[in-house]
Design a protein around this ligand. Structure first.
Ligand SMILES: Cc1cc2nc3c(=O)[nH]c(=O)nc-3n(C[C@H](O)[C@H](O)[C@H](O)COP(=O)(O)O)c2cc1C
Length: 220
């Protein structure tokens, strides 16, 4: 890599002093979903690009960990939902080992939310309803792509798409049985906001056995 020296010099020179968006009311919240909603709204209002893009970390049953970005499609006190191919790497991970973690980072407001919990499949009705709202090309794509498997050629993918377009001419595209939603049901949240001199605020919420949330302030 020819430019690694320049890139590393650049990386080393970067030292943002956080603290411009910090709010001191955040520690008054006792429901993490409410605080999540407030911060999400703030990220949205301040023009964060795709504030609903979240990192999803999964693991196999033998503890091989991986992560990727997915798009949040719905959040309620029941959990955080996203849609994917159940046969993809993440899908296989979550079906065999349901513990997982989400991470939202909103650079524009210098805030991060970490969530830990377990994933469950959303109902087939929820998956059907969401699938029906997707553009037709994405619906066809969900049939055409065996997500995370080896792609022999881009042409093969396009041929598959043409075949599927013919098959579903003048009719709605049904949801593939291997495509649908997962809901991440949280048992832990951590709200981080950048403060000056790296003395950041960290507020954690842990779900107790009696289904209430306890709060804890963590060292930066
Ligand atoms: C901004 C962004 C949004 C994405 N949204 C999704 C999504 O909602 N669902 C999905 O399956 N993949 C989504 N992806 C692609 C995943 O990051 C990933 O490449 C893909 O799901 C395969 O992951 P896997 O092999 O670990 O299963 C998105 C990627 C980016 C960068």
């Amino acid at each position: 890599m020819d430019n690694s020296k320049d890139l590393n010099a650049y990386i080393l020179s970067q030292r943002l002093n956080y603290g411009k968006e910090f709010s001191d009311t955040y520690s008054n919240y006792d429901n993490p979903f409410t605080l999540f909603g407030e911060w999400f709204q703030l990220a949205m209002n301040e023009g964060s690009g795709e504030p609903h893009a979240m990192n999803l970390a999964t693991a196999t049953s033998t503890f091989h960990v991986s992560s990727r970005i997915v798009l949040l499609r719905d959040f309620t006190e029941q959990g955080f939902s996203f849609f994917t191919n159940y046969q993809s790497k993440k899908g296989q991970d979550l079906l065999s080992q349901k513990n997982c973690a989400l991470n939202f980072y909103w650079h524009n407001i210098e805030k991060q939310v970490r969530i830990e919990g377990f994933a469950e499949k959303v109902s087939t009705t929820e998956s059907d309803d969401y699938f029906a709202t997707r553009p037709r090309e994405s619906q066809i794509g969900a049939w055409a792509s065996a997500q995370s498997e080896n792609l022999e050629s881009r042409d093969m993918l396009h041929n598959k798409i043409s075949e599927l377009e013919k098959r579903y001419t003048d009719m709605p595209v049904p949801r593939p049985p291997h495509w649908g939603g997962f809901r991440v049901v949280p048992n832990y949240f951590e709200f981080w906001q950048g403060r000056e001199s790296r003395l950041h605020d960290r507020l954690a919420f842990t779900l107790t056995d009696d289904e209430t949330w306890t709060r804890q302030v963590l060292q930066p």
